[in-house]
Design a protein around this ligand. Structure first.
Ligand code: FAS
Ligand code: PHB
Length: 394
């Protein structure tokens, strides 16, 4: 039996960042992770860090490689009708920017920091079960990677186990309310050994569908294109992928060229919006994808997970320092205000940039009108920019 203050399920950005922030307050935690360390450190996911996410990582001592290898972006491009329109993020938000730095790099940095600080992360566990969350002595049971049955007794459990985890299901039926929207399209994503064809991200609205140009480094490009929701990855040869991306991202003057190269990874991810309320039950607190999912268009998933655990860490610090549960009692309400703001922005970006497959011509005209407005009105551009770089945490 292991005794700790906070039992954390999941070693993704939410669980690792929570463990790291708790350690800043001298609060002990144990992180349980189903996958191997190598797997979570290689899993390709998010790529964009909000301004305050970067600040939090830096202020808490895990920003050194991020500062060296992260790509600071002061703008992004909206491309439609063969024309590019730059959104000057920093000018529109008083200097706030985004940084392109892969989620797997953030995970690597956090794991290294936790282990260097003597933190406990149990990889390759199985059969994690949550117990007694309606008492002041919650427990976690699980099997270690070696198959040994173990138990953690703690004061609080943090469910940071993502969209397919077990913690949310430990909450009794009838307590939670779920809100969901499934989009009628998916993203085919590729990672290519090719130098980025633009220094900034390019979000494209094209009659054949959405496309996104992002990157991971000066030699690795990250690209996405909209496909029907049940698309078969096998139907997409390398040539077809490159041809479709070039078509959708082409400019009227024919000047812009997409650099091609070997495709290192590829996959199809569905897009959906999901929120489960409340984010707390008794001594179980949910954070990140375990309690909300956003379509990747707004580049928000990882950042919202970090924002959640920042609130939770402050609540636990207050609880252990003074016994007050005020911040913990308002945890769910505090997080949900940001969650729904980010949900709306992610839905808005997704709806504006993706073609419907249902032939809704009225909707297509609305999308074009919205793009014309965002690229011609400063007020509209500020709305996009301040949400994209991330509204201030407080
Ligand atoms: P995570 O899912 O990252 O982490 C949960 C962890 O819990 C995992 O390591 C899992 O192995 C572990 N776990 C699950 N069940 C467990 C159990 N029973 N016991 C122990 N451990 C368990 N966001 C963006 O902003 N931009 C993107 O481009 C983007 N692309 C994405 C692509 C894919 C395929 C997916 C699935 C998500 C993507 N996201 C993207 C969203 C993603 O980045 C999440 O928002 C982010 O990982 C959230 O972090 P966590 O809440 O920590 O959840
Ligand atoms: C990425 O680089 O993976 C990325 C960037 C912006 C998005 C989604 C994904 O909106």
């Amino acid at each position: 039996m292991i005794r700790t203050q906070v039992g954390i399920v999941g070693a993704g950005p939410a669980g690792l960042m929570l463990s790291h922030l708790l350690a800043q307050h001298g609060i002990e935690s144990v992180v349980l992770e189903a996958r191997a360390r190598e797997y979570v450190e290689k899993r390709l996911r998010a790529g964009v860090l909000e301004y305050d996410t970067v600040n939090l990582l830096t202020e808490t001592g895990v920003g050194e490689r991020l500062a060296r290898e992260g790509l600071v972006h002061r703008g992004l491009e909206l491309r439609y009708g063969g024309q590019g329109h730059r959104i000057a993020l920093d000018e529109l938000t008083g200097g706030r920017t985004i940084t392109v730095y892969g989620q797997q790099e953030v995970v690597k940095d956090l794991i290294a920091a936790r282990l260097a600080a003597g933190g406990t992360i149990e990889f390759e566990v199985s059969d994690v079960d949550v117990h007694d969350i309606d008492t002041d002595a919650p427990r976690l049971t699980y099997r270690t990677g070696a198959g040994t049955a173990e138990e953690i007794r703690c004061d609080v459990i943090a469910g940071c186990d993502g969209s397919h985890g077990v913690c949310r299901d430990a909450i009794p039926a009838g307590v939670l309310t779920a809100y969901e929207k499934v989009y009628p399209f998916a993203w085919l994503g590729v990672l290519a050994q090719a130098p980025p064809s633009s220094e900034e991200l390019i979000y494209t609205f094209h009659e054949r569908g959405f496309a996104l140009h992002s990157m991971r480094s000066p030699s690795v490009t990250r690209l996405y294109l909209q496909v029907p929701p049940e698309e078969d990855l096998g139907a997409w040869s390398d040539d077809r992928i490159w041809s479709e991306l070039s078509t959708r991202m082409s400019t009227s003057d024919g000047e812009w060229k997409l650099a091609e190269g070997p495709i290192l990874e590829r996959g199809i991810t569905g897009l959906r919006s999901f929120v489960s309320e409340p984010m707390r039950y008794g001594r179980l607190f949910l954070a990140g994808d375990a309690t909300h999912i956003v379509p990747a268009t707004g580049a928000k998933g990882l950042n919202l997970a970090v924002a959640d655990v920042r609130v939770l860490a402050r609540g636990l610090a207050e609880f252990y320092a003074s016994g007050s549960t005020a911040r913990l009692d308002s945890y769910s309400a505090t997080c949900l205000r940001r969650v729904w703001r980010v949900q709306h922005f992610s839905w808005w970006m997704t709806s504006m940039l993706h073609r419907a497959y249902d032939g809704d011509e009225f909707g297509e005209r609305l999308r074009l009108s919205q793009l014309d407005y965002v690229t011609s009105s400063r007020a509209a551009a500020v709305t996009l920019a301040e949400n994209y770089v991330g509204l201030p945490f407080d």
